[in-house]
Design a protein around this ligand. Structure first.
Ligand code: ZN
Ligand code: ZN
Length: 378
């Protein structure tokens, strides 16, 4: 495992992202997708290909040309963003809906691909009844397959988001000892990330103390954090569209031998999972590395979810790291390793890192200490 000590903490210092080869790479896939042109409507995919960060934009990618359509609100912005990203695409500002403009440009395309995972049922019906007269082809993971392997500028953004989360936690973790409510602590953590330049939260922060920790996706409540609690804190920062994801579990005061043992075995399982990550390793094997240890300790039934997931422009994306995953890890995949144990009424422990897969192992991007004492080393 490699660890880099000095990640960029300042989002404004990130290297620019060159997207000029992404539409050509998608174009090369049109044949295997069985389409003559593809309509890209999923916003994260539009952003990946074009650099467009707004809320209304669609792309039509054909064999020789690409068209980006947006509405009047984004006329100037889209021009700036596409040009900064080095993207070669015609831009049309539509006064109707972008969908209608894309359909007009796609007239005469024999086999037109739509993104099956993001086109709604009603949109599909519009396409088939009014918008297109040729064949419509449902495609899956057309762009997502390109997004699997992150390039260095993407990893730099995730690394920066992780570093912001690390620093925010370092600042506020000792506050757990001052009996804040779960919600108050979540807000402090969130404010600390935003102050450090996060564009937004990666997802709704989880702070789950005491018995609430038994629910993996507990929403922070008005319950004050108290002596004897295990506190699960799962959170992340968003930087230039890219997410970070980290969980730490803290102990407040004396938690007793059972909770301590629970913490220790999850920490050991999590480390075994991180140690298992390397290029060429089936993702299911990383899951097994964690799961075996927890099963041996009698917590097999209490590990309620898969071991991890891909992280990038979406907080949960491919490859999944679970017992059912068929993915094999490749250099540049960014995944989480996050085993947990949840005992109803009693509490929970989860520890999670985001890592980038390397040829011979991985680099941990979330570097906050795992010591359960909120005041340790901070
Ligand atoms: Zn998480
Ligand atoms: Zn996660």
């Amino acid at each position: 495992m490699t660890e880099h000590a000095t990640p960029t903490l300042d989002p404004s210092e990130l290297p620019p992202m060159d997207r000029s080869m992404r539409i050509p790479a998608l174009r090369e896939r049109l044949g295997e997708l069985g389409v003559d042109a593809l309509v890209v409507s999923e916003l994260a995919n539009v952003r990946y290909l074009s650099g467009f960060t707004g809320s209304s934009g669609m792309l039509l990618v054909g064999p020789h040309e690409a068209l980006f359509v947006t509405d009047g609100r984004y006329a100037t912005q889209s021009e700036q963003e596409l040009s900064a990203a080095g993207v070669e695409a015609a831009i049309e500002v539509s006064t109707e809906s972008p969908e209608v403009a894309i359909a007009r440009a796609a007239e005469g395309v024999a086999r037109l691909g739509l993104e099956a995972d993001s086109v709604s049922w009603s949109a599909q019906r519009r396409w088939s009844s009014e918008l297109h007269h040729g064949e419509l082809v449902a495609t899956t993971a057309a762009v997502e397959a390109l997004r699997l392997v992150k390039d260095p500028t993407e990893v730099a953004r995730i690394r920066c988001a992780c570093a912001i989360a690390d620093e925010a936690l370092r600042e506020v973790a000792p506050r757990l000892l001052a009996a804040p409510t779960e919600r108050e602590f979540a807000l402090e953590l969130e404010a600390a990330m935003m102050r450090r330049g996060a564009d937004d939260l990666s997802f709704d922060t989880i702070v789950a103390a005491g018995p609430n920790g038994a629910r993996p996706h507990h929403q922070p409540s008005g319950r004050p954090i108290a002596e004897g609690d295990l506190v699960v804190v799962d959170f992340g920062a968003l930087v230039d569209g890219y997410h970070s994801d980290m969980t730490r579990t803290f102990t407040v005061g004396e938690v007793g031998p059972e909770r301590t043992a629970m913490f220790d075995v999850v920490a050991e399982a999590q480390q075994a999972g991180v140690d298992a990550v390397a290029a060429g390793v089936p993702a299911a094997e990383v899951d097994l590395a964690c799961r075996e240890l927890l099963e041996d300790a009698g917590f097999g039934e209490a590990f309620l979810h898969g071991t991890g997931h891909g992280v990038g422009l979406d907080i949960h994306e491919e490859p999944r790291v679970s017992s059912r995953s068929t993915a094999t890890l490749r250099p540049g995949h960014v995944v989480t390793v996050e085993p947990g144990v949840y005992l109803p009424e009693f509490g929970g422990v989860r520890i999670e890192d985001t890592v980038v897969v390397l040829e011979d192992g991985c680099e941990r991007l979330t570097l906050a200490p795992k010591d359960p004492d909120p005041a340790a080393g901070r």
